[in-house]
Write a protein that binds this ligand. Sequence first.
Ligand code: AMP
Length: 579
Amino acid sequence: MKHGPSSESAIPTVTGFSPGFAALGLEAPLLATLEMLGYEEPTPIQREAIPPLLAGRDLLGQAATGTGKTAAFALPMLQRIGHASRVSPSALVLVPTRELAIQVGEAAQRYGKELRVSVLPVYGGQAIGPQLHALKRGVDVIVATPGRALDHIRRGTLKLKEVKFVVLDEADEMLDMGFADDLDAILAGTPKAKQTALFSATIPQRIRAIAHRHLQDPIEITIAKEPVKAGTAPRVQQTAYIVARPHRAAALARVIDVAGANSALVFCRTRLEVDEVTAMLTGRGHRAEAIHGGMNQGQRDRVMQAFKAGQTELLVATDVAARGLDIPQVSHVINYDLPSSAEVYVHRIGRTGRAGREGAAITILDPREQRLLRTIEQHTKARVTVRPIPSVADLRAKQLDRVQAAVEQVLGDGSLDAFKHLVERISAHPPAEVAAAALKLLVRARGGERQEQEIPVIPVGQPEFGRPIRDARHSSGRVHSGSAGADRPPTGRTRQGGRAVEMARVYIGAGREAGIRPGDLVGAIAHEAKLNSNVIGAIEIEQRFSIVAVPASMASGIIEVLGRARIKGRRVPVRLFRE
Ligand code: AMP
């Protein structure tokens, strides 16, 4: 997919709406919202999907998480239902997991703020009472997992007779989770004259079959498959750290501190993020400055001069702002967000490792975005090494290494007479003690004594890490996460980068008889324990109980919160499982 020429060069200004979004046909209220969110230009999938969806076409889109696909369907959906007469619900978005229902629901709410659109996430594991109440009151958009949507349809509390817009998001995951029949049943109750968009990271035959059954003359969009031209991808060391969303900012600070980046470009997707990240880094004692399209030319020039003169260590930028700039060679390019396409990624990392010098590209990414990383590897024909996020001990060790190197350099340079006199003045203490105290002061001055929190390591199953839980309903009840055919043992270890993660098994006193499905358990753990579903290992669902493998370090916390929570509406015993 190519970038439109109009938005390549123009840097949107503080006053005008992004010309890129306006050109796609979006109207003022949505443009104002995007401006407020700090989106500077549409991503490739948005550029391709928004115009046909606004024109009322059905759409089959191949796009992974991280490409901006939520806005690609949500913006046109909101504009179209805003124009139509209000019914409840006007739009239905089906997603595979509770986590996504919440995430997509929040995104739709955010995008629909100016249009005053009401959004209700509906998922299993959540108490049904408030859902019934909200459905009765009426909502514009429902974002639901298929199982719970069907529950409501059967109870007569969700009526889809007048729905105008349906989205099947992450359709391949929904099929993997065994929702094919549920999807057919749900869609059977919707009117024929509606608009449907189906998004899937891959489009195998079974997705085509669903599209064939439910989409009418769909426009099909795919992110271009052409690899980046040989030789254009810069040869730099590329590393990625997979971190759950709530820990992203801490992870950025950690990798910058560990890398000792002294002239780095930090890329963010939005203006808002640029400002937040700059404030966070400045607060930690870094010399960081922001550059984005919301700044005027004078401000941008001043920031660039300071960066070129070495007064600023970290330049935090959006792609649009960085595109037109003559940025000098930098030691590190850090992607706070994975860019929405391989082309943008290559463009970003091209700022380091120039003219035979060493360079490093570091990417922080959400577990759900791992697929996009793969796409980037395929496109660039270069390996991106996934590493566990450095621990506090790693950071401390790195800081001491750096102090040692700095001291050795000063020792090599000589000219220490004045300081030797100082040591003599403190001669009541042994010289080694004096040196240690001086080093402590140095470490403190460099922020090395700051309180740091451990960032949870996300276990990554190989080789197809990040894949969802597979369908259990028609099998023996035993399901596994991990790739098709590459089932993991229910306990033991999984690996992230080089770090093995010890797994434990948690017993949950509800099983098939209580209608438990893998999604309910994943959802409950992810939501109640505020964890990403990727930390969850194999799931076994038996008649009366279930067993879920989780990282041993998180087991007691998970047991505690699940013990207090409701699963499928009721309290169930939860404890550590022993053979
Ligand atoms: P998604 O692929 O829908 O999960 O979106 C990934 C992330 O990109 C989300 O955090 C969005 O807020 C962000 N995003 C989506 N579209 C844009 C855009 N045009 N500019 C900047 N950020 C965006």
